[in-house]
Structures are given as structure tokens and as C-alpha cells.
Design a protein around this ligand. Structure first.
Ligand SMILES: Nc1ncnc2c1ncn2[C@@H]1O[C@H](COP(=O)(O)OP(=O)(O)OP(=O)(O)O)[C@@H](O)[C@H]1O
Length: 591
């Protein structure tokens, strides 16, 4: 795909977005009708809330069903302070501050767990906040709610006309969209999406998955609180049932689901399409239409799920975004100059593993495993299925804690360190791939590699540059803008290596990167590994493809039932009777 096509698609997208935003501001002004103003203020409010929700629910993939907590905190903060004579312009920041604290308290324990805990915790805390607001009557007015003093003027965010309210709502919507756009196009956005797509791969790429989610939920909560402050002033009255409402929370999420979850402008589209329908229906049917919005949203949601699984934005993107499929055949890859079998000299130890022991229940998976890796060396770790190879990898990359034993890695400072978490290992220069490829499927090839590149380059431009360089080096240059999910298995394996290479590791742990690929790809992969080795990276490779083991490795360690049974050059190891017996059985050992 050419750069021209991408640019013109982006231009069309920007024009369409500008028209939508202009319409939100211009239509009510042109029609000059109070009810129309109200509809467009409501669009701005819901679009902003849903866009803020999308940072957590979409980018980070953490379903929140209690975002009204943050909206409510903002609403109460503004109204309480207004009653004390403090302007809501300050109140909205106070609300944002408390909303961030609440967001961290609710989210921190859940983000450390897998499963639906965050969704459940947000619902539970929403109920807690509702009960608290009902209980502390002297502060919140309890079930009777709170009115704001009717001081008209910009200072108090209370107006006789609706135009100023529309201007503020529109401004807050722009702010929220700008923040959402900024996050999506910065390191944080890449890391949030990587965490959503494949948490283990993100951690291996040095992403602090809990930290980035906490940053995401904090920003989202602050934006919701600010919108809550404004909405309270707009309504002039708040009460716990309406503010800390589960229905309201679900409504916020629905606009994003219908518009296009995880996209920057999907929630805006969702609100633009749905709010007018329900508001008009309510206007026409009056009190007979109580609860109608729920029915409308439900019907639209079912239709969207059935016919537009990526939301309205999925359809729009087909028109505005270039083709991201990866259908072309893959090119030949990197030439290798040297073979491993040539005598080579190595540097000092860069990794030392001492007496690693690990049990899974009654299964002794690794027993007293010790080895070391030298600078510039390629070490193959082989053994029959279930021998414990991946378990060793998990222990030397921070994904699994050994029962006993130690792993030390020489840092760039020349000293040995004992890293513990995947982040520590990544920071000290250990990069790993996974046996089952872990692409960030909805990201492009370039974006996938950028997640690794962000480990060394905080700036997007630098990370993109580094990712492109790595992609070209690994023969992925033609698919930079293709979605990772469209790659063949050979391409995915190469992508896995590219992502870790973009981290510029000093030690590379490769887990069966040649499994399941054809002969030509195996040859390419071997050449690629040799070129990586020649760039000064030390490699440990778990491999079943013997052709690769023989031509790649300087030394081979054979693991069987969790124990090292042989160690030596590839030629020594393949002749070793214990190894033949472990692979083929006793009767072959003396054949
Ligand atoms: N989380 C776990 N809980 C319980 N048992 C496990 C766990 N992970 C691995 N095992 C078991 O530990 C043993 C070693 O597994 P491991 O994946 O390390 O072997 P491997 O040598 O990498 O095998 P393969 O070549 O098939 O990938 C296997 O019997 C496996 O079933």
C-alpha cells in the first residue's frame, strides 16, 4: 500500500470528523431551539463520558460497569463546593482528584488478577458509593439530593440560555477526544492495547501492565469526574439514585460498544447516532416513553453485534482506512555469512543458572538444573515433550518463580544481578518469545514491533523508526501496515522475534520459533538467528527442529524429565547414547 493512499484516507477521516464536530456545534445554533440545544448538550456529555470510558474499557480491555462512580464523585464535589461558595471550575478539578484516588483504590487489586474481577468490583463499589451518598445526609442531602444555588453566570456554570452550556459541554468533549487521541498515539496507548491483547507478551516486552492500566483508569476517571461536575451544574440538582446509577454506567459503556469499542472516535459516533433517537422519542411520547431509551439501545446493540461486530466505526473504517490485510507472499530473508559449526570464541558468562528446582504439585518439573550462557554464544535447549524446557525459560525470564535455585544476569554495568519480574528481565536486556505465538492481533505489524521498541525509545517517532528498521531486517518490511492477525504462521513467528529484537536485548530466549513452519522458512529462520548472533546477541533456543539445532548452536543442553542428561557440541550430543535413549527408547540406544 502506498503512502499516498494512507495519507488520503487519513485526510478523508479528518474531514469527516471535523464535519461531525462542526455539526454538533452549528446545528443547535442554527436551529436556535431550546430542546435541540438540550439534545446536543446531551450528545456532548455522553460522547465525552463514553470516550473516557473507552480508555479503560476499550484500549485497556477492562470492562467497567461502574464508571458512574467517577461521574458521581465529580458531580458531588462540584455541587458541595458550589454550596460553599467555591466555583465549579475549581470543583471539577477537586472531583477529578478524588475520582483518581477512587479509581486507583477500586482498580489496583483487580488489575493484578485475571478474570471478570474489575467489572464486578466496579459494580460493587458503585453500590457502596450510592449507599454512602444516601447515608451521609449532612454532606450529600441523602435521598432528597442536593440543589445548587442558582447563581447565574460563567463563574457558576449556570445559564439562562443553553448556548453557553453547549459551549462548555463541547469544550469538555473536545478535551476528552484530544486526550483519547493523544493516548492512542503515544507509548501509553500502545502499551494499553498490547496489555489488552496479550498480557504475557506485553510483560515480556517490558510493559508494566498494572501500572499502564492504572494510568489509563486514572485519566478516564478524571475526565468522567469533570464531565460529572458540569452535568450537575447543567441539571442544577443531583441525587444518589440518578448519579451513582448502574443503568447510567451501562449506558456510558453502550455508546462505545455500539460506536466501536477501542477506537478513538467510535464512542462519539455511538452517542451522535443514539442520543437524538431516544431524546426525540422521549420528547414525542412524553411520560409514556419512560425506559424507552433502554429498549432502543438494546435493539441497536443486538443489531450491531449481529451485523457490525466492530461497531459503527468498523464500517466507517472500511471507507476511511487503507486495506490492512497481509495477502502477499513473503519475501526471502536475511543472508547469513557464518555457520555455528565454525570454531568461534565467546566472551564471559552473561547468564548463570544454579540448581533450579520447580514442582507443579507432585510433578518435579525441573530438578537441579544448572547451566550458563556466554557472551555471543548460541545455546540450544532440547529434550522430549514435557521435559521442562519451557518451564526453565519461564524461570529465567521472570514468569515463574523457582522453588529453589538462582538465576543471575550480567547487566550492562558488568555486574551480576538477580532480576525477579519479567519487567526486571526486560530491563536488564533479556528478551523472550513464546512457544505459542502471541501477536497483538488487532495491531499492525509495525505497531506490534513498536511495543518492543518502546522499551528503548520513549518517543513515538524514534520507536516507529526503530520498528521499521527491525521489520526490514527481519523480512517483514512489506507488511508494516498489515494487521498481525493476517500473517501466516511463518510471518507470525518472525513477528514474535522482531518484537523482541526491537527491545535490543543482549540475551535472546527463543521458544520453538521454528515449530510448524516449512523447510524454506526454517532455512530463513536459521539465517536470521545467525545474523542476530553476529550482531552480538547471546541466544538460548528451545528447538525441536534438529536441522536448525545442528546448524545454529554452539552448545546443546539436553533436558529429560526435568534433569540435564547431556551437554556438549551438537555433534557430541546427537551421538550420546543417553540422549538417543531419551528420544527413541532403550532399544535404539545401541543401534
Ligand atoms: N502451570 C503448570 N501446571 C502444572 N503442570 C505444568 C504447568 N506447566 C507445565 N506443566 C507440566 O510440566 C511439564 C513440563 O512442561 P514444559 O512445558 O516445561 O515442557 P517442555 O519441555 O517445554 O515441553 P514441550 O516441548 O512439549 O513444549 C509437563 O508435564 C507439563 O504438563
Amino acid at each position: 500500500m502506498t503512502q499516498d493512499k494512507t495519507d488520503s484516507a487519513q485526510r478523508r477521516g479528518v474531514i469527516a470528523l471535523a464535519l461531525v464536530l462542526l455539526g454538533i456545534l452549528a446545528i443547535p445554533i442554527a436551529m436556535d431551539d431550546q430542546f435541540i440545544y438540550h439534545i446536543f448538550v446531551t450528545i456532548c456529555i455522553f460522547a465525552a463520558l463514553s470516550t473516557a470510558w473507552n480508555i479503560v474499557g476499550g484500549y485497556a480491555g477492562q470492562l467497567s460497569l461502574g464508571h458512574a462512580i467517577f461521574y458521581g464523585i465529580g458531580a458531588y464535589a462540584a455541587v458541595m463546593l458550589t454550596n460553599l461558595g467555591i466555583t465549579p471550575w475549581i470543583g471539577m478539578f477537586v472531583g477529578a482528584f478524588f475520582a483518581v484516588i477512587a479509581a486507583i483504590v477500586v482498580s489496583y487489586p483487580c488489575f493484578r488478577l485475571h478474570g471478570p474481577f474489575f467489572a464486578l468490583a466496579t459494580i460493587a463499589f458503585l453500590e457502596v458509593f450510592r449507599v454512602l451518598a444516601l447515608h451521609f445526609r449532612s454532606f450529600t442531602g441523602g435521598a432528597t439530593g442536593m440543589m445548587i444555588p442558582l447563581n447565574v453566570g460563567w463563574e457558576w456554570m449556570v445559564f439562562r440560555d443553553r448556548l453557553p452550556a453547549l459551549i462548555i459541554a463541547f469544550g469538555l468533549l473536545l478535551l476528552t477526544l484530544a486526550v483519547a487521541w493523544w493516548i492512542r498515539n503515544r507509548r501509553l496507548g500502545f502499551q494499553l492495547i498490547a496489555t489488552r491483547e496479550r498480557e504475557s507478551a506485553a510483560r515480556a516486552a517490558g510493559v508494566g501492565t498494572v501500572r499502564v492500566r492504572l494510568v489509563g483508569v486514572s485519566i478516564s476517571a478524571a475526565l468522567c469526574a469533570m464531565m460529572g461536575s458540569f452535568h450537575a451544574m447543567y441539571l442544577t440538582f443531583i441525587e444518589p439514585e440518578a448519579v451513582f446509577s448502574l443503568t447510567f454506567s451501562i449506558q456510558i459503556a453502550l455508546f462505545a460498544l455500539i460506536g466501536g469499542i477501542g477506537t478513538i472516535f467510535g464512542p462519539l459516533l455511538g452517542a451522535v447516532m443514539l442520543v437524538p433517537i431516544t431524546e426525540f422519542a422521549r420528547g414525542w411520547l412524553g411520560s409514556g416513553a419512560l425506559g424507552l431509551h433502554g429498549f432502543v439501545y438494546g435493539v441497536v446493540l443486538v443489531l450491531v453485534v449481529l451485523f457490525m461486530p466492530n461497531g459503527i466505526m468498523g464500517l466507517v473504517q472500511r471507507f476511511f482506512e487503507p486495506d490492512r490485510s497481509a495477502s502477499e507472499a513473503e519475501p526471502a530473508s536475511v543472508p547469513a555469512e557464518a555457520r555455528a559449526s565454525e570454531a568461534r570464541s565467546f566472551g564471559e558468562d552473561v547468564l548463570q543458572v544454579e540448581r533450579l528446582d520447580k514442582h507443579f504439585g507432585g510433578l518435579h518439573v525441573t530438578n537441579n538444573v544448572s547451566f550458563s550462557l556466554k557472551e555471543g554464544e548460541v545455546l540450544a535447549l532440547i529434550g522430549p515433550n514435557g521435559a521442562g524446557k519451557t518451564t526453565v525459560f519461564n524461570m529465567i525470564s521472570g514468569f515463574l518463580k523457582a522453588d529453589s535455585g538462582s538465576v543471575v544476569v550480567r547487566g550492562p554495568d558488568g555486574q551480576f544481578h538477580s532480576p525477579t519480574t519479567p519487567g526486571d528481565y526486560a530491563a536488564i536486556g533479556v528478551g523472550r518469545t513464546f512457544q505459542i505465538v502471541q501477536p497483538f492481533a488487532s495491531m499492525t505489524v509495525e505497531e506490534n514491533i513498536m511495543v518492543g521498541a518502546f522499551h528503548r525509545h520513549h518517543n513515538v517517532v524514534d520507536a516507529r523508526e526503530a520498528a521499521r528498521e527491525t521489520a526490514h531486517r527481519l523480512g517483514l518490511g512489506r507488511w508494516l501496515h498489515a494487521e498481525a492477525r493476517g500473517l501466516t504462521i511463518g510471518g507470525l513467528k518472525r513477528l514474535e522475534v522482531a518484537r523482541v529484537m526491537a527491545m535490543e536485548p543482549r540475551i535472546l530466549l527463543l521458544d520453538e520459533v521454528m515449530a510448524g513452519i516449512n523447510q524454506t522458512d526454517v532455512r530463513r529462520a536459521v539465517d536470521l538467528m545467525l545474523s542476530i548472533r553476529d550482531s552480538g546477541v547471546s541466544i538460548i533456543a528451545i528447538e525441536h527442529v534438529m536441522q536448525a539445532v545442528m546448524s545454529l548452536s554452539d552448545r546443546v543442553i539436553v533436558l529429560n524429565s526435568g534433569e540435564i542428561i547431556a551437554e556438549g557440541t551438537p555433534q557430541e550430543v546427537v551421538r550420546d547414547a543417553t540422549v538417543i535413549q531419551a528420544y527413541l527408547g532403550k532399544e535404539f540406544a545401541n543401534a
